[in-house]
Design a protein around this ligand. Sequence first.
Ligand code: V55
Ligand code: FE
Length: 481
Amino acid sequence: MNIPFPQTPEFSGALYAPSRVEGEVFDLEIEGVVPEAICGTFYQVSPDPQYPPMLGTDIFFNGDAMVSGFYFADGRVSLRRRYVLTDRLVAQRREGRSLNGVYRNAYTNDPLAAKNNTTANTSVIPHNNVLLALKEDAMPWALDPQTLETLGEWNFDGQIDSATFTAHPKLDPLTGNLLAFSYEAKGDGTPDMAYFEISPQGKLLHEIWFQAPYAAMVHDFAVTEHYVVFPLIPLTVDVERMKKGGQHFQWQPELPQLFAVVPRHGDARDVRWFKGPKDGFQGHTLNAFDEDGKVYLDMPVTGGNVFYFFPQADGFVPPPETLAASLMRWVFDLSSAQDELQPQALTDYPCEFPRCDDRYIGRKYEHGFLLAFDPQRPYNSANGPMPFQFFNLLAHINLTTGVTDAWFPGDSGCFQEPIFIPRTAEAAEGDGYVVCLLNLIAEGRSELVVLDATDMAAGPIARIKVPFRMRMSLHGCWAPR
Ligand code: V55
Ligand code: FE
């Protein structure tokens, strides 16, 4: 390979320079003590381009999928990393170069590119004895949970006939069912959506197909005991634009933040649509629950377009410092005809990558774990400009008291998405540990930190040292043994 990666913010610096390192480290060095009760695997996936971009530049979301597993047992931790060998990556390796053009725009691909355009790079989740690597533009890819070997594309034994599948399925804590959905489910630009419930043994139990008023990004969703909620971000799709080599998505400042609320056991006729303020960006969901005919949904919301790489029609993208964000609560009153909503702020600080105690998914809950940004904290400018998605606090929020308890890792540290691990299977909600990747920017390396969820400000009880730099990632999960 004799073409260098571009020196753009998307491909350089401690967070975004590609890593491309596959391998294993047996028994990582640990400072502090990892409780022996933590037994299982922390998986996460990072977009990590195998080759420099074919068109000279690219967005972060278009990298090949590097899956990492941190295997915890007896107070020790070992690490394994493998690329997902998608058709797309195999074709690139065969040709020795990138064959894929604009993100999610196969019209711009090289004729030698694989037909299946997915990178499977956004999230990982265990299901029915495989680890699924997911991206919302295609069906998942299955991996061996132990070796991380790629097993192949996964269509649930042919039971799911959709062009796409979300990167944010949820595991129902009551049944173990995998709850998932598709958007652009009949191909690029189609407004078709579908909801799926799949048993722990892989049987499709129920599906609901319906149409949205237009095709828009539906990145994450939320489930409650009786309902599912789909946030349609005002980023719309236009196949004609794609054919001209344009972006898959375009920001629409005049469109509302749209939501579909669907009874889990209902059908297309039961879908209700709600509208939030325009020019707003619904982020990842923290959690949701329903009570007395109302659905409560908590998620970070930003005023304006967060995705600078999907500008609006006139090319405008808001300067990052103008984007105000906070954790918000939306309340959908299904007994009322009111379909216009105003969310209420739960925090006065920007945050993202929220996670709850997975045992409380869809149930009334009070604990959230998330990354936050405090601009008042020092940042060492010797590290260069602050990179995209720079979060300098790892936080616990108690939604009942409103109190946030956070750890600041110093002026050269920032975090990747945290996960929560209960202290024991029977522990109270939020009683356990938070595990999170810490990027040590000045040192060019990473640590996996373990904190006591009940005392975040005290900092890590264990720092698991990764002897190299892990690229910025999106999502991970905890798979208990
Ligand atoms: C997101 C990430 C993606 C993607 C679409 O964070 C949305 C949101 C890593 O890829 O393709
Ligand atoms: Fe996501």
